[in-house]
Design a protein around this ligand. Structure first.
Ligand SMILES: [Zn+2]
Length: 242
């Protein structure tokens, strides 16, 4: 009997939200049976095709081989998430995000979750990013959309850098908000932003949007005293370091 693992709680940032099997990481969708760390965990599409199950997603009755408690909990969970996303997606530019920052090449070892609101300026975000990356103003930096790095279509750079280049194709970080970036790029769950630094021999960070938040949720999160460091509209909430 296969149980369903919700890998959204998985900290490695894998994109497939559900998989079948018993092994960590992730959270089992029912409280029955024991977790066996010896058995294999496979993504949903692989599982259904291997067992010749005629399902494209979590709908209808549970296939015999899959735990029916897991199945119905997953269906409910998927419906809730879908409903919430539908409610929020019309409001891009007014929603906040949980951004999971990672250094390219060391994704599994270390990450930082930064919660931002639509009013957070890129300068504020940059300040928080500098905290955990320990980058300072001796390092040139630029923010862009997914995988853009040096080819940034946003061309967002810190203000002090802007004063030096005086090139109008760049944007001062203090003059662009997360909400504006979101509208421009239609940012949603799973989308990414990029950060390149040290342009001569460039190095990279990126973040994945892990959660979407409405205004009330953002307020609650920012009011959370557990934050590692915060600005008025954004905070580093959690981290994983080796
Ligand atoms: Zn189960």
């Amino acid at each position: 009997m296969a149980h369903i693992i919700d890998t959204e709680v998985d900290e490695t940032g894998d994109d497939d939200p559900f998989s079948l099997g018993h092994s960590a990481p992730g959270e089992k969708m029912c409280s029955r049976g024991n977790r066996s760390f010896r058995s294999k965990q496979v993504p949903f599409p692989e599982f259904v095709s291997h067992h010749d199950i005629d399902k494209e997603g979590f709908e209808g009755d549970a296939p015999e081989i899959i735990c029916s408690y897991c199945w119905s909990n997953t269906i409910n969970g998927v419906a809730e998430t879908q409903q919430r996303d539908d409610d929020l997606s019309g409001r891009i530019g007014t929603v906040g995000y949980r951004l999971r920052w990672k250094q390219k090449g060391r994704a599994r070892e270390e990450w930082y979750d930064v919660v931002v609101s639509p009013d957070t300026t890129m300068a504020e975000l940059d300040r928080l990013v500098c905290r955990f990356t320990t980058l300072d103003d001796f390092h040139l930096r630029m923010y862009g959309l997914e995988d853009e790095y040096l080819d940034s279509s946003l061309n967002v750079i810190p203000d002090h850098q802007y004063e030096k280049v005086a090139d109008p194709t760049y944007t001062k970080a203090s003059e662009m908000t997360v909400g504006e970036v979101a509208e421009r790029a239609d940012l949603w769950d799973g989308d990414r932003l990029s950060l390149v630094y040290d342009f001569g021999t460039p190095s990279y960070f990126y973040c994945i949007i892990k959660e979407i938040y409405g205004p009330t949720e953002i307020e609650e999160l920012l009011g959370n005293s557990d934050s590692i460091v915060s600005t008025e509209t954004a905070a580093i909430l959690t981290s994983s370091t080796p």
